[in-house]
Design a binder for this molecule. Structure first.
Ligand code: NAP
Length: 459
């Protein structure tokens, strides 16, 4: 065992995942004042996770946080190992053998399921696929979305559903100067969709949109929001929720729905975004692809803030050519680590990974894989800081000793595995190339969307 945490032998920490929680965890480690080296692993050859491939292209301000992450990445002691998949190229056990501690910040990479008939018919997509596609995520680059029908249906009323429906509602002119992937811009520009139904299983007071996102539907060039005033009638429990003093955000959302309900939505030629409530999807039907969605009308039951949707055995149908399921993300298991199937995350106590009652030594989680897919980008900062506090306390209590193989530089693991690593300097080169490609078409960047294409740039 060696004494560690000195300039010549810093603590060695691996971070798995390069989204917001990975960078906030790195920042917290560097701010600890200890001598620490951070190696950040990312399965894609590009960093920033959902800030790059989740945040909508027409929300550039949300992406400015990348400048903060770039600052963190330039801190001495930081290394980026892109194009490395933990659990495939390098095992969890290998990481354990060369790092003093590992923090998994790998997010929630899959989706909840509705569990209804026809869910997997062609034409039924997850929001994740569509968002990844228009944002140039290599996994979704070649997905095909048929926008030739006049009607699209989106399930779920969270901010991801808002992003998907807004992108469907926008014109080419509204999108062309964003960093939207060019392949998506071309398809969206030729979209025939006119009616976009954004459907919630509960009521307008339970919708999870934030008011800032919802407000944008009143500001679109060629689309109008539509709400049926009758659907804004509330039951007593929802009135209690709305009146709650801590529920300012919900009140703003409800006010916006009321404005939309009173607005003029007869403007000819405009696309319509219908927000509708208390409808639970029960089945998708169609001959070889989705043609119809069948909903059951719901009522709410239960106490205020705990109301759930109950079917009424009254059904309605909407004809459609495409549906998007936007009902929340879900974490994926990682070989070698425990997984809570029910909640879709890695079980943990204060960020320490647990297997039953056993704490796995020096193995941590932060972000969506720790707490589930909730909150905005900034929410991950406090979450990562809390995990790092657990880690630092454990390291210090262990008397700064090490049982891992301090002689093996993790880079040796990677070269033995024959992986082409993308370093942070490589990413800076890709970044500059994307920005200059974008300049020529008046976009902030034109992303490279294939892994091979990116790796070739670095040869
Ligand atoms: P979300 O906010 O949790 O919304 C999920 C929606 O799906 C809810 O309306 C939920 O309804 C519904 N749902 C869940 N299960 C369902 C089912 N079985 N059938 C029908 N509907 C169902 O999730 P999200 O939209 O994926 O967003 C994830 C997180 O990212 C959120 O915290 C969000 O605010 C954040 N985000 C932020 C931004 C931004 O700041 N601009 C953009 C995108 C995402 P119930 O309430 O009834 O469960």
């Amino acid at each position: 065992m060696n004494s560690i945490g000195s300039p010549s032998d810093p603590f060695r920490i691996a971070i798995v995942g390069s989204g917001p929680s990975g960078f906030y965890a790195t920042e917290a480690l560097f701010k600890s004042g200890l001598h620490i080296q951070v190696d950040m692993y990312e399965r894609l050859p590009v960093p920033y996770g959902l800030v790059r491939s989740g945040v909508a292209p027409d929300h550039p301000k949300l992406k400015q946080v990348i400048q903060v992450y770039a600052g963190i990445a330039e801190t001495p002691g930081f290394r980026f190992f892109g194009n490395v998949t933990i659990g495939r190229d390098i095992s969890v056990q290998m990481l354990q053998s060369v790092y003093d501690a590992t923090i998994y910040t790998c997010g929630a990479e899959s989706d909840r399921r509705l569990g209804i008939l026809g869910e997997d018919l062609p034409g039924s997509h997850t929001a994740t696929e569509f968002v990844g596609w228009y944002n140039g995520h290599p996994d979704y680059r070649d997905r095909v979305f048929d926008l030739s029908h006049e009607t699209a249906v989106i399930f779920g009323q969270g901010n991801v559903a808002a992003d998907v429906s807004r992108i469907l509602a926008k014109t080419r002119d509204e999108l062309k100067n964003t960093d939207i992937a060019v392949h998506a811009l071309e398809v969206l520009a030729n979209s025939r969709i006119r009616n976009i139904h954004v459907v919630g299983r509960r009521g307008p007071v339970q919708a999870k949109f934030t008011s800032k996102e919802l407000k944008e539907f009143g500001e679109l060039e060629q689309a109008v929001p539509v709400v049926d005033p009758a659907e804004l009638q509330l039951n007593p429990a929802s009135n209690i929720e709305l009146a709650d003093k801590n529920n300012t955000g919900t009140r703003k959302v409800y006010e916006l729905f009321s404005e939309f309900a009173g607005g003029n939505n007869n403007a000819p030629g405009k696309r319509r975004v219908y927000f509708s409530f208390l409808k639970g999807p029960v089945e998708f039907t169609g001959n070889g692809r989705v043609e119809k969605v069948r909903f059951e009308r719901n009522v709410l039951s239960g106490d205020a803030f705990q109301q759930s949707a109950q079917g009424t055995a009254e059904f309605i149908e909407i004809e459609t050519g495409i549906v998007f399921r936007s009902i929340g993300y879900r974490g994926k298991p990682l070989a070698g680590l425990p997984f809570d199937e029910k909640r879709g995350l890695i079980p943990n106590r204060d960020g320490r990974i647990i297997d039953g009652d056993t704490v796995l030594p020096y193995q941590y989680v932060a972000g969506w894989i720790k707490r589930g897919p909730t909150g905005i980008i900034g929410t991950n900062r406090a979450d990562s800081v809390a995990t790092v506090a657990s880690l630092l306390s454990d390291l210090q209590q262990s008397g700064k000793t090490r049982t891992v193989n301090s002689k093996t530089d993790p880079l040796q693991l990677l070269s033995t595995a024959g992986i082409k690593i993308v370093t942070y300097q490589d990413w800076q080169k890709i970044d500059q190339l994307e920005i200059s490609r974008g300049l020529s078409v008046d976009k902030p960047r034109e992303k490279f969307t294939r892994v091979n294409e990116i790796l070739q740039l670095l040869e």
